[in-house]
Design a protein around this ligand. Structure first.
Ligand code: 5AD
Ligand code: SF4
Ligand code: FES
Length: 368
């Protein structure tokens, strides 16, 4: 068996069948997969982990994704919307603590007032940090015009998870209407790339109806889209969502966790120089979940710096960690955790995707 894994790992380009084989690895095979992914990570992106201080500034969302705890249809959630001053104060915290970058995330809304609010915020944060803070945004599907406006205002990285790259599975986990169109989502990813962003996507792992073939296709989708960054993690059921009816059909939670680590390792082997986040959902399952991901391929962590009193309400899934700590607590905690994982922290650095830099260079070379 191990011979097959070694043979696959020696190949230049992996086929779908190879990826499916790796995702099924266990025992010695699995150890070899993780060892190779860790080696590639060190060789291509180094030992530093970069921070994106995460500000989940509002849980108001116009959409109704069947898996998500803050979907519009969930009346049990207390809705909140942090003030601009509080958001800027959180950005200041990131700056004072040398986090290098922040990530602004919220439920999906499309409106002129939302657009201009974000534009104003981006400009304020650029101003207070004298351009020093890197800014990632994760604000869903928007028009090309909006993406450009926010890029010009100072955001340079954008996360938009495809959730599943399989059209049929996508349909099963979303309502069938224009607000939840698979085609629009892929189009938005292309628009983000055209607008100049370092573009990130990701999927949930262990969804009901999901197969190994779907997961292998997810990795190929990221490769074919030439994505710069990925954040992916286990699907964790939430009581007040429609998908809870399929609770009995899910992989056991520990297997969803293991599969998420394998996905990260395989992705690192397939896309050597991209940024890969250690998703917070990993830690909801295993207290050392993110550190394990860092060891086998991830190089980004998103410490929650949302003001404490709101954290509890951004409940995408059950058991979300760090919801009752103040931002200060996470800093010390993370330092200890990352030193246990033998990782360095890239304090004060943007930690841009090396893949993105390589792409820029290629574009310049072909233009010559
Ligand atoms: N389990 C895991 N991840 C989830 N997300 C939303 N709901 C869940 C859940 N139940 C993820 C989605 C979304 C991101 C903000 O959170 O992938 O893109
Ligand atoms: Fe809204 Fe995102 Fe949750 Fe979907 S996953 S309901 S878009 S917050
Ligand atoms: Fe948030 Fe440990 S990382 S409390």
């Amino acid at each position: 068996m191990a011979a097959i894994v070694s043979e696959i790992l020696r190949k230049g380009e992996l086929s779908k069948e190879d990826i499916i084989y790796l995702l099924g690895a266990d025992g010695d095979d699995l150890r070899e997969l993780f060892r190779e992914a860790a080696r590639i990570k060190q060789q291509y992106v180094g030992n530093s982990v970069y921070y994106r201080g995460l500000i989940e500034f509002s849980n108001i969302c116009a959409k109704n994704c069947y898996y998500c705890g803050i979907r519009k249809g969930n009346r049990e959630v207390k809705r909140y919307n942090i003030t601009d001053d509080e958001i800027v104060a959180a950005a200041q915290f990131a700056l004072d603590n040398n986090y290098g970058s922040i990530a602004l995330q919220a439920g999906e809304l499309e409106s002129d007032s939302f657009t201009s609010r974000i534009t104003g915020l981006l400009k304020r944060i650029k101003l207070i940090s004298e351009g020093k803070l890197g800014i990632t945004i994760s604000l869903g599907e928007q028009t090309m015009e909006v993406y450009k406006e926010w890029f010009d205002a100072g955001a340079h990285r954008y996360l938009l998870r495809i959730e599943s790259s399989d059209r049929e599975l996508y349909k099963k986990i979303h309502p069938q209407d224009d607000l939840h169109s698979f085609d629009r989502r892929t189009e938005c990813l292309r628009d983000l790339q055209k607008a100049g962003y370092q573009t990130g996507t990701g999927v949930m792992i262990g969804l009901p109806f999901q197969t190994l073939s779907n997961l292998a296709e997810d990795i190929l989708f990221m490769r074919d889209m030439d994505i710069d960054m990925v954040g992916m993690g286990p699907y964790i059921e939430h009581e007040n969502t429609p998908l809870i009816h399929y609770r009995d059909q899910l992989l056991p939670i520990a297997e969803r966790f293991d599969m998420s680590l394998k996905m990260i390792a395989v992705l690192r082997i397939v896309m050597k120089d991209i940024n890969i986040a250690a998703a917070t959902a990993l830690q909801a399952i295993d207290p050392m979940g993110r550190e394990k991901a860092i060891r086998i391929g991830a190089n980004i962590i998103m410490p929650n710096i949302t003001p404490g009193m709101y954290r509890d309400s951004y409940s995408l899934y059950e058991n979300k960690p760090c919801t009752d700590e103040a931002a200060d607590d996470c800093r010390g905690c993370l330092e200890a955790r990352l030193s246990m994982a033998d990782a360095d922290i890239g304090y004060g650095e943007w930690g841009d995707s090396k893949h993105w830099h390589a792409r820029q260079q290629e574009d310049r070379d072909t233009a010559k």
